[in-house]
Design a protein around this ligand. Structure first.
Ligand code: SF4
Length: 380
């Protein structure tokens, strides 16, 4: 019912450029195709749980191209037909123990002991309650979940789940109370187990969700529990990764082929601005690599978000649009103008960005997108 509150969530699909770019996503929420996580759960892989991390990663990388090909062949099957077909070679009980999704979860469960989920690569053992930059231990914590009608038209209404924690430390963060400055002792009451998350997906589906949207803060520190929840999930909904995309190369390899649609947030076009405002290193190297992974290894269906910041159109916004135009095949770009001073900016940090972007700055960025022929208006 809530879909009717915004007319554009229906009308946007009349635009061919958008329909072509998000075709599989749309087919999944119409239940004409299977979500990728369900395919990964039925893809048999032989591995030993007690193998070391490097061995398991190697098996994962050998399996990825076969799985990618298999998705192309089988995504239009019904789950019943697919189960029938895969059970010719291995029983469903056997596949339940040894499948591609389970392999991914086991790898994350080992990675967390010297955590490299994101590009910060803190190396802490989160299972021993050591905390890295994100300040999240080995559990997952949800702050809220609801049907979000304010996301981009093609992905609304969205079954959005906000997780605590973030892998970046932006001085202007507008979600700082859940991403950076929370009392870890208090949020422990918000812990969710993987089976509870799987039930939540079903609740959101019944409330009208077109997708399950993992966001935060940033969802990356909670990755292991999210992947484990997909081993239990039953919903035929696209899974949406809504993130700063500051994942490590291994994390990105592991999740690139199981999320159906992506909302990557590209803030800066260089490492220096990222270091100054978000306190991270190797930002652009990680983001440009991870964006390429979405296209080369994953669904290739995504809407990039770029928040235009004051004084950063020449060093960041314009080069980002140029990079998108030169490097990505099917970009949809949301050029966002809602930046406002918040959090540490209001306490005096980075005074040069203590204002909204001007009309002229927004105009320059949007005009540049038009000059390049980028597709942005209907998702902005
Ligand atoms: S998720 Fe990232 S920030 Fe958090 S402990 Fe792991 S490597 Fe560090």
């Amino acid at each position: 019912m809530c879909a009717f509150l915004r007319r554009d969530v229906q009308s946007v699909w009349q635009q061919h450029e958008l329909k072509d770019r998000l075709n599989t996503y749309q087919e999944i929420f119409k239940e004409n195709k299977l979500p990728r996580y369900k395919l990964a759960r039925l893809f048999y892989v032989s591995f030993q749980n007690d193998s070391n991390l490097e061995e398991l990663l190697e098996i994962h990388e050998q399996t990825h191209p076969k799985f990618k090909e298999w998705i192309n062949q089988k995504q239009s099957y019904t789950i019943q037909d697919l189960e029938k077909e895969v059970s010719i070679e291995h029983s469903l009980d056997e596949i339940q123990k040894l499948n591609f999704l389970r392999l991914k979860w086991i790898i994350f469960d080992k990675m967390i002991e010297s955590c490299t989920f994101c590009e910060n690569k803190c190396g802490v053992n989160r299972k021993s309650s050591q905390l890295g930059k994100c300040k999240i231990d080995d559990k997952a914590y949800v702050t809220s979940s609801f049907i979000h009608m304010g996301e981009e038209a093609p992905v609304s209404p969205s079954g959005t789940i906000f997780f605590y924690g973030c892998t970046m430390r932006c001085s202007f963060c507008q979600n700082w109370d859940i991403s950076q400055e929370y009392d870890f002792n208090i949020i422990k009451g918000k812990r969710v187990r993987s089976t509870e998350l799987a039930s939540l997906y079903y609740t959101l589906l019944k409330q009208g969700a077109r997708n399950i949207n993992f966001v935060g803060g940033d969802p990356t520190p909670n990755m292991h529990v999210i992947i484990e929840s997909l081993l239990h999930a039953q919903v035929n909904l696209p899974m949406l990764w809504n993130s700063n995309m500051f994942l490590s190369e291994n994390s990105m390899k592991l999740i690139s082929d199981i999320f159906d649609i992506w909302l990557p947030d590209i803030k800066y076009s260089n490492n220096e601005c990222a270091k100054k405002y978000s306190k991270v290193s190797n930002y652009w190297d990680a983001i440009s690599r991870n964006m390429s992974f979405i296209e080369q290894r994953g669904s290739g269906e995504y809407i990039i978000r770029h928040l235009v910041m004051p004084e950063h159109t020449k060093c960041c916004s314009i080069p980002i649009l140029d990079w998108i135009n030169e490097n990505l095949k099917t970009p949809l770009t949301n050029i966002m103008g809602q930046y406002h001073p918040d959090y540490r900016i209001l306490r005096g940090e980075n005074p040069e960005i203590n204002r909204r972007p001007s009309t002229l700055e927004m105009f320059d960025v949007r005009k540049h997108a038009d000059d390049l022929g980028l597709y942005w208006k209907s998702v902005s």
